[in-house]
Design a protein around this ligand. Sequence first.
Ligand code: FEO
Ligand code: CA
Ligand code: CA
Length: 735
Amino acid sequence: MSKQHDTVASQVNEYDEDAVVNPSSNAHFDDILAARLSRRVALKGGISTTAAALLGGSILSACGGNDDPAPAPAPAPAPAALKIGFNAVAKNKNDLVTVPDGYNVSILHALGDPMHYGDASWQDDGSETADSYNRRIGDGHDGMYYFGLSDAGAFQVDRSERGLLAVNHEYVVAPYAMHPTGRTAGAARVASEVDKEIYAHGVSVVEVKKDTAGVSMVRGSRYNRRVTSATTMDFTGPARGNAQLATLFSPTAVQTRGTNNNCANGYTPWGTYLTCEENFLNVISRAAGDDAARSAKEVASLGRYGLPQNRKSPYLWETAGTADLYARWNSSVTGAAATADYRNTINTFGWVVEIDPFAPDSTPAKRTALGRFNHEGAWPAPAVVGKPIVFYMGDDARNEYIFKFVSKANWDAADVGKGMAAGAKYLDEGTLYVARFNADGSGDWMELTYGKNGLDATNAAYPFADQGDVLINARLAGDKLGATKMDRPEWGAVHPTSAEVYMTLTNNSNRVPATTASLIGSQLKTDAANPRAYEDIKGGTTSQKGNPNGHIIRWRESATDVTKLTWDIYLFGAQADAASDVNLSGLTDVNDFSSPDGLFFDKRGMLWIQTDDGAYTDVTNCMMLAAVPGKVGDGAVATAAGGTQTRPGAKASADTVRRFLVGPKECEITGIALTPDNKALFFNVQHPGEDTNPDFAAKTFGSYWPANQADANVKKRPRSATVVITRKDGGEIGV
Ligand code: FEO
Ligand code: CA
Ligand code: CA
């Protein structure tokens, strides 16, 4: 979902992903550094702890650089066989997907396309019925994954000619909203419109085939399936049955309905899809005066997850009627007990949801062991037989945290194809950790387990009752442990052979230089892992402050200690003409970008970087780049704009990072998947034309994509869609 766009058109103001709800007094990085420094200096008989703590960040950074055991520079990577092999696409603002010479663009599916026979094709007038969206492609295409499909209907990891493509439908694009002339105005929503929106959220699974005619959706396939904001799903793991998940629908707290605001994704080695619930506050309201009916713990939890009392959701689904289908979006005390109302609706979202694409009748599961927060996605480390399964995850909001889950069970390759049963084995028992990135390039994974690290009833800010409580309130647990507040964690990706982990930090307007004397509101000082604070002028007039262009952090896990890591910053987003302490990665016109979001390693080790940008859109639409990265520690320590010392990776060149495509107007590029033969690449265009008020009578829209991709004269409503890229010579993508 776009957050930095200057939306003038939305009839609904989407939930602000940038909203800051992390008021915890976690020690700022420099304070942590000060504590460490003071300990070291004290041991040396130097300055007192108090004096050290009072020193400014810049002094401490300098001292830290000399005193901490910096990781030895990694040897230069061996010459990679993998080489980028296309001509860079120029930045542009065309209303088209622009790809390199020699590549084809085709549309796999777009909002409203029927997945089965019996429903009419897209009419471009909003006449599709609400019910038909249970069988149509949803809106807001986002994260996705391709699963090879065998002739016998099983997961076949190397099958490129036949597969299942699971796609997230993150949200309904407000100015259009699939209705005949946009959303009907008024304090109470029209029920039929809300029904349509509920069914257009969630996930689609479709069969795809690749043959000499190209890649296409198999309409009517038995695997084609929609999971929506009304689909029944199970709670599993430690929070299953927890009273905080009890609702009128499931008083025993073992089930709920719907997955919402599914942003990025994950996948498992056993062949299931993970879809992750991010901006669920889009659809959840809370009544005025509700605090008085709540316990202090409930109020603390609701506040930490951004739902104050007297808060109306942008979508107002709860206003469409008294039926349960609508009332459930009001997360307020209305009944005698939690089992008689929907006060706990908010707690039923923010999870990682597992779906077995090979079993269309299977019940999706909210895997609570992976914690509840604004889950962007869940990215697996390469599975190793006999070792735990590991997932990396980010909480996408300003100043939030990075997490990892380590399964209790060790990987057994015989579990490939075992669907939800394998999910229960690996995802319902394990350990959740939260990350702290230290200024010396080291890092700590801190365990979020009830009874450890002060996560118990003695925690003053939020007394924890049990492990379910810790997982439902993972943000509050992270606060207690002093996790590092990041510049909005978006996608992660794990290198297929080195297992080094990359994660985009898309931007943060709240970062201020570490030397700032007093912080205002939720401002946060720079630290080594979130090091830049600067001003960028957009379009010659608009001031953008903080870290408007974002960066990509990466780390290497310790080989011997699951709680230790070593990090650097792989790449800094920047305009090519920015100052050198902003453009720390040396980007040029062939590879400059802003606001990295989507990220994906293909099995060759090529890294695909996508943008969801509003900062550089005076110059270019959002884009996708291909990269061949080095390794953690391949760069040199530098001082970032704002004065904080950081650890950049090796500078980029046209050989290591190159722009592969540019999207149409007012879109976000997101979601990446490749067929196993690397000859077809799928990506999503989300919300083209979102920033411009549509004129339905005149048929004037902010974008006419995708209808205009093949013929610029065709002018239809803009729609989110999945795009397929192939090479005209049939070769592998990107090389
Ligand atoms: Fe939906 Fe964090 O982007
Ligand atoms: Ca985003
Ligand atoms: Ca995203």
